[in-house]
Design a protein around this ligand. Structure first.
Ligand SMILES: NC(=O)c1ccc[n+]([C@@H]2O[C@H](COP(=O)([O-])OP(=O)(O)OC[C@H]3O[C@@H](n4cnc5c(N)ncnc54)[C@H](O)[C@@H]3O)[C@@H](O)[C@H]2O)c1
Length: 256
């Protein structure tokens, strides 16, 4: 059988927060399109198991990497591990994150810092550390996973939105600054996504889960693969003229 060319053959993708949920779905879809994928997370056992699963399912080479990506030294180590194994990084998906979701005045200094660290600092350091290599290649795709709650001010999401809104803002500035280097920078902004975390909220606080879901005209949470497919589109060569965009995958919960 002749090899069938896949759309991301030859590409090297780094996906942060890839142990489970949306990051795992993105890694799986990128690998299915032929990309070799570095899957990074703080959760050692989970990310190592997920990387093995993706490699077995898709036949694409994966590398699992463990560390706290809100620290510059760890992100430098991730870059070195990527270059050592694959020689370059052409796609960066800033998916690490997750919210401490609660009414604003119930936050503590620790939960506020954790919210910014997980979402915004991981993204800032990854962009800063991976961009020089993309500039030298004259090619790159950066995809941030933001949040549609930035657009609709969802209940209990103010601090989380401060972090995700920072990611949205970073997107436009980086897109302008690096467009001439063949690098695109975009954000995918999901509404509530059907993950283990959402199922837990539905179990322990069904009233809040209803509040989050009732803003979605389609009447349900997104599936992880529905978010991943937008990220994979933006990672491809056919999205070459799409940059600086925040694209919602939200069942219509905000429009335009
Ligand atoms: N699930 C949703 O409803 C939803 C909605 C909108 C946006 N998002 C965003 O999508 C992304 C993925 O969400 P999810 O629900 O699949 O998973 P998640 O929110 O549980 O977290 C993603 C992963 O990031 C990792 N991570 C967090 N901080 C890290 C750090 N400092 N260094 C390395 N890894 C770190 C976690 O270990 C986890 O595996 C997150 O950025 C989240 O904020 C999720």
């Amino acid at each position: 059988m002749p090899d069938i060319k896949k759309s991301l053959d030859g590409q090297i993708a780094v996906v942060t927060g890839a142990a489970h949920g949306i990051g795992l779905a993105i890694s799986r879809q990128l690998a299915a399109q032929g990309a070799r994928v570095v899957m990074a997370d703080v959760l050692e056992e989970a990310v190592s198991a997920s990387a093995k699963t993706v490699q077995t399912e898709t036949g694409s080479d994966t590398l699992s990497w463990v560390g706290d990506l809100s620290r510059e030294d760890c992100v430098q180590a991730l870059l070195h591990a990527t270059l050592e194994r694959f020689g370059k990084a052409t796609i960066l998906v800033n998916n690490a994150g997750g919210g401490v979701i609660r009414p604003f005045l119930e936050h503590t200094p620790e939960t506020l810092r954790a919210t910014i660290d997980r979402n915004l600092w991981t993204t800032l350091w990854c962009c800063r550390v991976f961009l020089p290599d993309m500039i030298s290649l004259g090619y790159g795709r950066i995809i941030n996973i933001g949040a549609d709650s930035v657009r609709n001010g969802l209940w209990q999401h103010a601090a989380y939105n401060a972090a995700k809104g920072g990611m949205h803002g970073l997107t436009t500035g980086l897109a302008r600054e690096f467009a001439k280097h063949g690098i695109t920078v975009n954000t995918v902004a999901p509404c509530a996504v059907r993950t283990v975390a959402l199922e837990k909220v539905q179990e322990v606080n069904p009233a809040f889960a209803d509040q989050v879901l009732e803003v979605i005209p389609m009447g349900r949470a997104a599936e992880v693969d529905e978010v991943a497919s937008m990220a994979v589109y933006l990672a491809g060569k056919s999205a070459a003229f799409v940059t600086g965009q925040v694209i919602s995958v939200n069942g219509g919960s905000t429009m335009l």
